[in-house]
Design a protein. Structure first.
Ligand SMILES: O=C(CO)[C@H](O)[C@H](O)COP(=O)(O)O
Length: 138
C-alpha cells in the first residue's frame, strides 16, 4: 500500500514505525520541508484524500495536533490510537483513513503493533456506514 507518513520529531518510535512500513513493503510518502505539525497533518490528509496515498500516519509529541490538522482536510477521518484495539476499532467502526500516534507515549513495539492493527483491518463494518457518512459534513 501507499502510506503517507509525517512526524514533527524523530525518535526510536518514529524510526520503528517507518522501518515497519518499509519492511512490510509499503510505499512511504513523506513531506519535504516543513516540520510544523499543522503543515504535516495537512500534508498527510491531502495525500490521502487526493488519492496519492491509501492511508496516512501522523505523529507528533501527543499525536493530537497532527490529528486535528489532518481532520481539517475534508474527507479525512484521523483517529488517535494508543493500542491495537483502538486502532482496529477506528478502522472497523469509523473507517479511519489516517492513524495518529504520540511519539512520546508509545514504545516502539507498541507503536508498530498499533500500526499493524490499523493497516490489517481492511473493511469497515457495513453496519456503521450510515454513522460514518453522517460525520462527513460536520
Ligand atoms: O504534540 C504536538 C502537537 O500536538 C507537538 O509535537 C508539540 O507541541 C511540539 O511542537 P513544537 O515543536 O512545534 O513546539
Amino acid at each position: 500500500m501507499r502510506v503517507a507518513f509525517a512526524s514533527d520529531d524523530e525518535n526510536e518510535t518514529t524510526r520503528a514505525v517507518v522501518a515497519a512500513l518499509t519492511e512490510e513493503g509499503h510505499e512511504v510518502i513523506r513531506p519535504q520541508g516543513s516540520e510544523s505539525w499543522p503543515d504535516l497533518g495537512r500534508f498527510v490528509g491531502r495525500a490521502v484524500v487526493e488519492g496519492r496515498a491509501d492511508y496516512g500516519v501522523v505523529m507528533c509529541w501527543t499525536g493530537t495536533g497532527t490529528a486535528i490538522a489532518a481532520n481539517k482536510v475534508p474527507g479525512v477521518r484521523a483517529a488517535l490510537a494508543w493500542d491495537p484495539w483502538i486502532a482496529r476499532g477506528a478502522r472497523l467502526w469509523n473507517d479511519a483513513n489516517v492513524l495518529a500516534m504520540s511519539l512520546k507515549r508509545l514504545a516502539p513495539d507498541v507503536a508498530v503493533e498499533v500500526l499493524q492493527a490499523f493497516l490489517d483491518t481492511s473493511e469497515p463494518d457495513p453496519d456503521e456506514a450510515a454513522n460514518i457518512a453522517a460525520v462527513e459534513h460536520g
